[in-house]
Design a protein around this ligand. Structure first.
Ligand SMILES: [Mn+2]
Length: 288
């Protein structure tokens, strides 16, 4: 197998872990996808597509602050073991003062990042772009299902802001209503653009971790995902929301998950790579 290129390695010389602003962490984890499959191929596809990105993202050149791409996380063990392995990798980036940028994989991988923050006593809020609430207690017999991940994150004590949700079961709707610290602007609330009220809830933590499930984007913009949904965010809607949250708070980590690459839709893979790089630009302090 050919060596996997690092993120944007086509234009930028990779930087050692110690000197990089960004640690890109590929996590090809796929265990519980319930509909379309293929998220295990997401990280490699995004890295490949990143070779086509411009270093200048229209505002700045975030990659020039240094990108280190870690080797892919070994995802062969039991779910709990993989979460611990992810936590170790994300933790390594945090401990070095770098911004972890995790590439999924199914959405479950975000739990690993939450464990890393929890272990360090970091009080962050999670900003979740997603078509689905992912707040089920368990799904298809697994508490580690992609459909449960934000429930697990909330149970660890992290507040959540959900953006773009448009598909949830009654249990999730009730949990969200009754739980402390879960805020949301659903896709329908956002269909005419940013709301008048501030996106960031009062009292939401100063540090945020952004988890972007690509199915938060409209299925026409992002057809290459396991559980696509109509009525989602457009490209500029997503950028406006990202700009809004990243100017209001400081980003401590991020992930882009649930890309399931399709050969006929290589544009969607590129969209995921470009989204990742725009998030890196907005999330790094250099651009604030
Ligand atoms: Mn999700």
């Amino acid at each position: 197998m050919d060596r996997q290129p690092g993120f944007l390695e086509s234009d930028l010389v990779p930087v050692s872990a110690e000197h990089a602003r960004f640690h890109v962490i590929p996590v090809p984890y796929e265990r519980t996808t319930s509909y379309g499959k293929g998220t295990a191929l997401g990280p490699a596809a995004i890295l490949e597509a990143s070779q086509q990105l411009e270093v200048f993202d229209g505002i700045g050149a975030p990659g020039e602050a240094g990108i280190h791409t870690q080797p892919a996380v070994d995802c062969t063990g039991a779910a709990g073991e993989v979460m611990d392995a992810i936590a170790a990798r994300v933790g390594r980036a945090l401990d070095m003062g770098a911004l972890p940028v995790m590439l999924g994989g199914e959405h479950t991988v975000t739990l690993g990042a939450a464990l890393a923050l929890k272990a360090r006593g970091i009080e962050a809020g999670f900003v979740q772009f997603d078509a689905h609430a992912d707040l089920r207690g368990e799904y298809e017999g697994s508490e580690y299902s992609h459909a449960c991940v934000m429930r697990r994150v909330h149970e660890l004590g992290f507040p959540i802001l959900q953006l773009g949700v448009r598909d949830l079961c009654r249990e999730e709707a009730q949990y969200r209503q009754n739980a402390q610290g879960i805020h949301f602007f659903d896709a329908e609330d956002l269909r005419h653009g940013l709301p008048e009220t501030p996106i960031m809830p009062a009292g939401f933590p100063e540090l945020i971790y952004i988890t972007f499930d690509v199915d938060g984007l409209d299925a026409a913009v992002m057809p290459a995902t396991g559980t696509p949904q109509p009525g989602g965010l457009g490209w500029y809607d997503a950028l406006d929301l990202l700009r809004s949250v990243t100017t209001a708070r400081r980003v401590i980590g991020m992930d882009v998950v649930e890309l399931a690459p399709q050969p006929l839709f290589h544009g969607a893979t590129f969209t995921a790579a470009k989204l990742t790089y725009r998030m890196m630009g907005m999330g790094s302090q250099a651009s604030r």
